[in-house]
Write a new protein. Structure first.
Length: 287
């Protein structure tokens, strides 16, 4: 199908789609689009157990269609269908993750339940990047929310800053779509989760204290970006907290080596509950 799209042979493509036995609904959606038909959400027919397969095939077709001579109206119709599929897929995976996290495990740790394709996040990002070329803020917001849902659902397979980057994109998508109150809440939760551990443990009860900052450069960058956007949206100036990094201060390094036993226990408890805690901070934004 891809070569036919690349050669702009849409009549031949329609013939192939008419005779396709793939079972994928996205093929029938594309056929209807090429026939000039408008589809409502109820017409798509996507099935939950096939969301990932439908999307991965759908995004490959969309990449080719986006470079083809397909009429803009038809491309828009197909894009709407693919965005709807992404929205439903994110919600479905989130639902499964919610269920497993109630038992204290990540979705990937629940054997025989559901496996998230390793390429799903990168393909979702490719779709979002293509959407950004169209300035379709609503579609970007929906796709960014779906990717954040999926990243949180498989958080044990990702680095913390990877989840943070997706949450920033999610918040920015809402902000650009005019949903600034919701965006501010997401930024605020990013600030809470990406604050340095010393501040989290102290609850900043003594503002003049200097806190040891053991975050990675990527985590600090995510925190600072969220802080700047939160302050811009709300007009609120957050308090300045004194932080020092161990690699640049010998005394800070000594403090790290002499962490109070109580703080270690708190950290261990937090790590034990991490699957539930990390998700609970954000999941209300997806309901």
């Amino acid at each position: 199908m891809i070569p036919l799209i690349q050669q702009n042979k849409f009549d031949e493509l329609k013939y192939v789609l008419q005779n396709s036995d793939s079972g994928l609904k996205i093929h029938q959606v594309l056929l209807q689009v090429l026939n000039g038909n408008h589809l409502d959400e109820a017409d798509y027919g996507f099935e939950a157990n096939m969301y990932q397969e439908e999307f991965l095939e759908g995004i490959n077709l969309y990449k080719a269609l986006n470079k083809s001579e397909i009429p803009k109206k038809q491309l828009q119709e197909y894009k709407i269908a693919l965005t709807f599929l992404v929205f439903k897929m994110g919600g479905f995976i989130k639902l499964l993750a919610d269920t497993t996290m109630q038992k204290g495990v990540y979705l990937s740790q629940a054997k025989g339940v559901y496996k998230v394709d390793a390429s799903l996040r990168s393909e979702l990002q490719a779709f979002i990047d293509l959407l950004k070329e169209t300035d379709d803020v609503q579609a970007i917001a929906n796709a960014s929310a779906a990717k954040a849902q999926i990243s949180l659902s498989i958080g044990d397979l990702l680095k913390k800053h990877e989840i943070g980057q997706d949450m920033l994109q999610f918040a920015a998508g809402y902000e650009n779509a005019g949903l600034k109150d919701q965006a501010a809440r997401i930024y605020q939760n990013i600030l809470s989760d990406f604050e340095c551990e010393s501040v989290q443990l102290s609850s900043n009860l003594i503002p003049e204290i200097t806190h040891v900052d053991t975050r990675t450069d990527e985590e600090i960058e995510i925190f600072e970006t969220a802080k700047n956007r939160f302050e811009t949206i709300t007009g609120i100036s957050l308090p300045q907290i004194k932080r020092v990094r161990p690699g640049t201060d010998a005394n800070a390094q000594k403090l790290v080596e002499k962490i109070d036993e109580h703080e270690i226990q708190l950290k261990e408890q937090e790590e034990e509950n991490q699957p539930t805690n990390l998700w609970s901070r954000f999941k209300r934004f997806f309901n």
